[in-house]
Ligand binder design. Sequence first.
Ligand SMILES: Cc1cc2nc3c(=O)[nH]c(=O)nc-3n(C[C@H](O)[C@H](O)[C@H](O)COP(=O)(O)O)c2cc1C
Length: 490
Amino acid sequence: MDGSSNITRRLFTQAGIIAGGALALSGCAWTPRNAGSQQATGSSQDNAHTGSSSGASVVGGGATIDDGFVLVQGGTFTMGSPADEPWRSDDEVQHEVTVSDFYLSPTEVSQLEYGTLMSAGSGGEDVPVADVSWYDAIAYCNALSVEAGLEPAYTVDGEDVTWNLAADGYRLPTEAEWEYACRAGTTGPFNLDHSISAEEANYYGHYPYEIEGNYFDQDVLDVKPGVYRGECIASASFAPNAWGFYDMHGNVAEWVWDYYGAYDESGLQDPTGPNTGSLRVNRGGGWNDFAKNLRSGYRASLTPTSSSPSVGFRIARSAVLREGVVGGKTTNAATSGEPLVVFFSWSGNTRLIAREVASQLGVEAVELVCEQPYSTDYNTCLDEAQRDQNQQARPALVTQIENMSRYGTVYLGYPNWWASIPMPVATFLESYDFSGKEIKPFCSNGGGGLGQSVTAISKLAPTAHVGQGLSIYYSGGSDMPQQVADWLEK
Ligand SMILES: Cc1cc2nc3c(=O)[nH]c(=O)nc-3n(C[C@H](O)[C@H](O)[C@H](O)COP(=O)(O)O)c2cc1C
């Protein structure tokens, strides 16, 4: 490591965090390394696969709809990412998929559109709506269909939703349609011919693609660290992709129709995903995601009742109406069993929060202790944690939970490490059977919120019901007990 990088690290240590302390530094988002220069925009237009962007179309009953949606010409493409794509996950298996023509909105649903239709109040006019559950998105689609005189696509029965493929109304895109439209004919990690910069998308710009292994050798990076805006910004602030879609990478991640599960690789026509599950997929990454989680092939998943300040949605309409109904059972957690509060903490903030959670529930909190603890030196810990995340290590734990079967809800606390969970939490999740249990995540962080941690938990404990997460800035200060009480009450 050279001298200048040591300086960078020292500066960050002073500005961002005091190890070992349960402190909250006001207005200071977690930033371990200095940001470098940014890269300019460059995107070409190629509308060969899209129809008129006016989107006027005649639907089922003969009504003309002119909603500005883009007609995407169907076709066959390779969904998923190649095995050698950096930061690719095992669930992105490449396979051929064919999609029929469909209409897709060029932008994400805005706060104004959502607030007006759903009587939910509205914020910035052009800013995408976020913090909406998958069910909220479904309800919006149906309400908009009714308003437009179209047949609603969805029937909602409690937590089970079916989609009538013959309906001409508004709907979420399928995961396959979303990826087809995002890629717009490209095959790389992003829908550009280079990595995406913070001048081309709204994301956690301090962490461009492949920064993870190259903090001290940034010359090799295609795109250098750039601005982190820390919030949603107006839609269409950047150039669209080659087919005219804005913000397919970043700003808000987008709910799609599909339950999360392994891909059916059998060369499907218009796949609609598994018929049952506990999680729904969202795509594209949001304002607080690292670039690796904006990739065209990256799959995030959350419980459909949960919401996140960085997840919204974009809507579609079928151009080809088909016969049939898809959808099925949403699997839920059992509500019986004792509560378990379990946490990992490095510098003490999560420990404080965990003790508050446990005290309000009237139980003891259990700490996850590693056989080989991370260094108490902050900079060394950063490196060790980064190494473990790059390798997806599973550090051995001293802590064992006796008789896990007696617990119903597991309150799981951890610090946000590199926008996800610390790897000891992954060890814990893979050590037990969480079938039928509910996991409620709570996360201490330095400004990145829950990051991708809830998706990581959902993928590591796929048979659990992963509830709404609680994000606390460092230790949360004097407000923390109330934040915990409000969260427990939900
Ligand atoms: C290795 C490491 C990685 C971190 N990564 C992030 C991050 O990506 N985003 C963020 O907001 N905070 C990050 N932080 C800050 C911690 O989430 C924050 O300081 C938290 O309060 C620590 O909780 P603890 O005291 O329970 O360990 C990181 C801290 C460490 C030590």
